[in-house]
Design a protein around this ligand. Structure first.
Ligand SMILES: Cc1cc2nc3c(=O)[nH]c(=O)nc-3n(C[C@H](O)[C@H](O)[C@H](O)COP(=O)(O)OP(=O)(O)OC[C@H]3O[C@@H](n4cnc5c(N)ncnc54)[C@H](O)[C@@H]3O)c2cc1C
Length: 413
């Protein structure tokens, strides 16, 4: 049965998150955009509301939240924080802690996840390296080798979210490395890299920070990993399956990114509509000129399309993870989450740009909240959690068949 209505539970949840976000986040985000740090008490308050890594199982302090509900939370957080810094932190942890919960060892989960869901330990993702982030199979140089009763890691990760927060307060990373540097996608292992377990940087790790153009409340940096020992139980999933688990994690992150960009675009759209209804030029409100009104209609149509695509993808994920014999495979999900991750940020950027233009000179000033939104959302059309072209590669693979992928063609030639 086709039904586009949210359930009563989902409606109540949306209202509760919206109330929370408008009360605590909406008045604070412009300050943390300037100070470059999300106040710890906001994260703690979210954790108290079971909104921090809520996709994690209840036994580790999570809420076992559905993907539809997790998207509702992302959307409402971004509606309140137009810079999207807090939603970024939320979505990184919600997606990657979920994959860790699904494939990690009991011992590691007991040790790490309760500290993540309580907001004490950041849970990030580290796949990108100086040699590249799109073609992980051919560019990953970080290695994982068995040593004594565990593993030793060497390499470097760059453009990683949450490095400053992890160094200051504690953080671990869902990390990808190769057990055989010359191997293909079956040579990857996923594991927990303990950057800082709360007692300072782990021996062998040195960090750097980059200055991004947007989402200033969350840091972006990198770390060199030199002979870092990790225990055996930090391995996530089976040896050789790391690449597949990473792809699953990207799908989870991408649907939440789409919901985040949708929320930011909705917030920007409302600001723009309110403005053009009251700002007068040539004797009438700007909204009463069709040149402006039709642009607004284009924005509205894009929001509807993105809402449907995003929640369709989230619903497919709930079907997949909630059923013993799901109708949708991980590849079906990858196709839809890639589509949502491609479309929602691009549309959001158009919607925010229109709203900025409607504000005239004020729209280009730092006083106007839209410029921070523009800077933040742009991160998801550039590359974070996979570049735009890579989303098209994922969709193209499912539409035309893997045999049409250019790099497979090259192998056959
Ligand atoms: C703000 C921000 C935060 C980030 N946070 C994290 C993080 O927490 N953890 C993490 O691991 N990484 C993170 N990243 C890195 C991100 O995952 C990478 O930027 C992304 O995977 C692309 O890798 P790259 O930057 O090395 O670009 P490259 O892989 O060098 O690609 C460069 C450009 O070429 C395009 N391209 C690549 N292949 C093709 C192709 N076959 N056809 C056409 N075009 C192609 C790409 O889309 C991109 O536009 C973050 C990035 C940003 C911007």
């Amino acid at each position: 049965m086709l039904n586009f209505e949210e359930s009563d539970e989902e409606k109540m949840f949306r209202e509760a998150v919206r109330e929370f976000a408008q009360k605590y986040i909406a008045p604070a985000w412009q300050e943390y955009d300037r100070s470059h740090e999300i106040p710890r008490d906001i994260i703690k308050k979210m954790a108290d509301q079971m909104l921090w890594a809520p996709t994690v199982s209840e036994e580790y302090g999570g809420a076992n939240l559905s993907w539809v509900m997790s998207c509702i939370a992302a959307e409402e957080l971004a509606r309140a924080d137009l810079s999207i810094a807090l939603p970024v932190m939320y979505l990184v942890e919600a997606s990657w802690a979920f994959i860790f919960d699904k494939y990690g060892t009991e011992e590691a989960k007991k040790e790490i996840l309760p500290k993540v869901t309580s907001g004490d330990l950041f849970f990030g993702i580290a796949t990108t390296e100086p040699t590249g982030g799109s073609d992980l199979v051919n560019t990953t140089k970080t290695t994982i080798k068995p040593k004594d009763d565990g593993y030793v890691i060497n390499g470097e990760k760059v453009y990683i979210s949450g490095v400053a927060e992890s160094e200051k307060y504690g953080g671990v990373y869902w990390t990808l490395a190769k057990s055989d540097p010359k191997g293909d996608h079956k040579a990857f292992d996923a594991f927990i890299l303990p950057l800082n377990m709360g007692d300072g940087l782990h021996p062998g790790i040195t960090t750097t920070l980059f200055e991004d153009m947007g989402r200033m409340g969350v840091s972006c940096g990198g770390f060199a990993i030199e002979n870092v020992d990790i225990p055996k139980h930090y391995l996530i999933g089976e040896h050789g399956r790391g690449f597949y688990h990473a792809m699953e994690g990207f799908s989870a992150a991408r649907v939440l990114i789409a919901a985040t960009c949708l929320g930011a675009a909705e917030g920007a759209f409302k600001i723009g509509v309110d403005y053009v209804k009251q700002r007068k030029q040539f004797g009438r409100p700007l909204a009463a000129f069709e040149g402006i009104m039709f642009e607004g209609v284009d924005s509205w149509m894009a929001l509807q399309a993105d809402r449907h695509l995003t929640y369709h993808a989230a619903w497919m994920m709930d079907e997949h993870y909630g059923k013993e014999n799901p109708n949708y495979s991980k590849l079906d999900i990858a196709k839809y989450t890639a589509a949502a991750k491609y479309k929602a940020p691009h549309d959001a950027l158009d919607i925010i740009t229109r709203a900025m233009t409607w504000h005239g000179a004020f729209g280009y000033s730092k006083e106007c909240p839209l410029e921070a939104s523009y800077r933040g959302v742009r991160s998801y059309t550039v590359g974070a959690e996979g570049g735009s072209h890579v989303q098209k590669i994922v969709m193209g693979r499912e539409i035309f068949g893997p045999e049409c992928l250019p790099y497979r063609q090259e192998k056959q030639m």
